[in-house]
Write a protein that binds this ligand. Structure first.
Ligand SMILES: Nc1ncnc2c1ncn2[C@@H]1O[C@H](COP(=O)(O)OP(=O)(O)OP(=O)(O)O)[C@@H](O)[C@H]1O
Length: 329
């Protein structure tokens, strides 16, 4: 478990991390997200005792990182900056780390295999690609079989196979009951891996939530329905939390009333329509993408962003929808 209590970091008169409170729990992958420069690396460095907070404190597995007698066996970390002697082989680098913690050679061989570096283990690190360096960094993070793993942008520089490897690795580390905190500025990547998200912007906490909840709060899922019998359908969908919005009917298709329904899924709407012999011309689930939810959440927190793009998973029609025919309840 990782906790942050009012973590704050100032450089001169610039506050780059401001009063962050959060808890990262074991058994799930927690994505640590924010636009470039949001303060993710600075926060992770503070969690790992590499930067001193200006205010606040943090704990890893119940105590501050610096007070763990054998930190490698408590917390495995991959930070962006590589600190490997370039003349050393991957094997020797890991052996040197292992010696400092009494970790046996067998474990070094295990993490080399786990990281897919078996063939490159005895090559000098200076010849490694960025992706191989990332794999070595992950191997080092896992060396002490730690209960908590903190990885800063682990997919940086990895090829598609490496990206897939990281995804599977993170999920299996969490399934083993470990605490996994992984930073990224790519929401799309986190969408495939993380269960829980901590989102920051300009050093402040913007969200501490599940992936599903973030999508829901950004507009949530809805269903687009086209029917010649909108009032009949609406009358059969009355329930708390169900809203039905109808678009103005286009002159070219007077029979085609387009509805946007929230609070029930497409299967329920289809069954209701079938039960009451209501004709449907279209029944399409619409979801806000996680990427879009992230953009909406952080739009105040980025200095430069190209023109806003909307990329729902199904054709966007919501902008056209006009008259509200009522929230049933
Ligand atoms: N040593 C330092 N001195 C002064 N400013 C710093 C220092 N380290 C980081 N910063 C500033 O703090 C802010 C947050 O940086 P940080 O690297 O933590 O962000 P990040 O969210 O990890 O960004 P990215 O996604 O680009 O890696 C940035 O504006 C950065 O320039």
């Amino acid at each position: 478990m990782i906790t942050a209590h009012g973590l704050t970091k100032r450089y001169g008169d610039r506050t780059v991390v401001q009063d962050l409170h959060f808890t990262v729990r074991p058994g799930t992958v927690t994505g640590f997200l924010g636009p470039n420069g949001a303060g993710k690396s600075t926060t992770m460095r503070m969690l790992l005792g590499l930067d001193t907070p200006t205010q606040g404190r943090s704990t890893v597995n119940g105590r501050s990182y610096a007070t763990h007698p054998a930190p490698l066996t408590q917390v495995g970390a991959l930070l962006e900056a590589r600190s490997v002697h370039p003349g050393r082989s991957a094997f020797n680098h890991l052996m040197a780390l292992a010696h400092t913690h009494g970790i046996p050679r067998r474990r070094v061989e295990e993490v080399i295999d786990l990281a897919g570096l078996t063939d490159a283990a005895h090559r000098r690190v200076k010849g490694f690609s960025l992706g191989m360096g990332q794999r070595l960094g992950v191997a080092a993070a896992l060396l002490g079989d730690p209960a908590t793993v903190i990885l800063d942008e682990p997919v940086n520089g990895l090829d598609p196979e490496g990206v897939l490897w990281i995804r599977t690795l993170l999920t299996s580390l969490a399934a083993e009951g470990r605490t996994v905190l992984v930073s990224s500025h790519l929401m799309s990547e986190m969408a495939l891996t993380a269960d829980h998200l901590i989102v920051i912007g300009r050093g402040r906490l913007l969200a501490d939530t599940t992936v599903a909840e973030l999508i829901r709060s950004a507009g949530g899922a809805s269903v687009r329905v086209v029917t010649p019998q909108p009032e009949e359908l609406r009358a059969h969908l009355t329930a708390p939390d169900v809203t039905v919005t109808v678009a103005p009917t286009p002159a070219s298709a007077p029979e085609a009333h387009e509805l946007r329904i929230r609070g029930v899924d497409a299967a329920h709407i289809g069954r209701t329509a079938a039960t009451h012999a209501i004709t449907l011309h279209e029944l399409t689930p619409q979801t806000v993408s996680l990427e879009q939810a992230f953009m909406d959440l952080t739009q105040e927190s980025v200095d430069h962003r190209p023109q806003r793009q909307h990329q729902p998973t199904a054709p966007a029609t919501g902008a056209d929808i006009g008259a509200d025919i009522g929230a049933a309840a």
